[in-house]
Write a protein that binds this ligand. Structure first.
Ligand code: SAM
Length: 263
């Protein structure tokens, strides 16, 4: 079951927060090669969401087009860009059918998106169609480094679900990234992956529990309501017995991976 989309839009930045200096580093990793190759480049972001990646890019004054099919996400995005850059176009559309002519953009960004689209091949071909010759496709994702309490809490929840007969499927995102890379190579392209930024976050067990309880991650959507409620109650009982203080911050190490494909 998916939660109301508006609620996720307002909570999204909380689960995948980038400190300002990290946002800056990611924006530089994206914009530097494009600026070297093109004068006055035009960026397109697919599934822009709340603009976590896009806002730091467009704040540097570039032409920027943002696409998403969720009006609630675009609403949050519009709040963030008000007064920041007048060269931004916001388009509500499906990335599998982009309303743009061939070769219009110098760079296309896609972050945490492919795994949400069952027929992602259509979206990938659209991304390539709207790219100018020698343009760049940037794919990005956050990944945890090593094990954290946040990860442990998610794993305990998975075990609880298993004991109740529900097998939680995870790893869809990573698997999809590999499929996309294969497809790019089949087209004769050469994607290259780098660590664009690495940082530490403090998160309390309560925040980790609430992110599951509020179904903020897409992997929580597959669990049907009654088993979901009961499993979350059991997870809270486990957490209260395990942590002396649910509000004691614990470290998580993150990195942002950027895969660059030059046409
Ligand atoms: C997980 S969020 C990532 C947002 C942003 N890229 C980021 O990393 O912060 C995925 C976004 O893609 C959008 N989305 C999913 N499927 C889409 C589709 N077929 N067409 C357009 N947008 C889509 C969702 O509405 C959501 O805003």
């Amino acid at each position: 079951m998916e939660p109301a989309r508006g609620r996720v839009a307002f909570a999204y930045d909380r689960t995948r927060y980038h400190p300002p200096e990290v946002s800056g580093r990611i924006a530089t990793a994206i914009t530097a090669p494009v600026e070297r190759r093109f004068r006055d480049p035009h960026f397109l972001e697919l599934g822009v969401g709340t603009g976590r990646i896009g806002v730091p890019v467009l704040a540097r004054g570039f032409r920027f087009t943002a696409v998403d099919n969720d009006p609630a996400m675009l609403e949050v995005f519009r709040y963030k860009i008000a007064g920041v850059n007048r060269k931004v176009q916001v388009v509500e559309a499906d990335v599998r059918e982009l309303p743009f002519e061939k070769g219009r953009f110098h760079a296309v960004l896609s972050v945490h998106l492919w795994h949400l689209i069952p027929d992602w091949q259509r979206a990938l071909l659209e991304a390539i169609r709207v790219l100018a010759p020698q343009g760049f496709l940037f794919e990005g994702w956050d990944e945890g480094v090593g094990e954290s309490e946040d990860w442990r809490i998610q794993e305990v929840w998975r075990e609880i679900l298993k004991s109740r007969g529900f097998e939680l499927k995870r790893g869809r995102h990573k698997a999809r990234l590999m499929e996309v890379e294969k497809a790019l190579r089949k087209l004769g392209l050469e994607p290259e992956t780098q660590v664009a930024a690495e940082w530490d976050e403090e998160r309390t067990p309560r925040q980790s529990l609430e992110a599951i309880e509020e179904r903020l991650y897409s992997f929580t959507h597959q669990v049907p309501e009654p088993v979901f409620r009961e499993s979350v109650e059991e997870l809270y009982r486990w957490a209260r017995a395990t942590y002396a203080d649910l509000d004691q911050p614990m470290p998580i190490r993150w990195r942002f991976m950027l895969r660059t494909t030059a046409l």
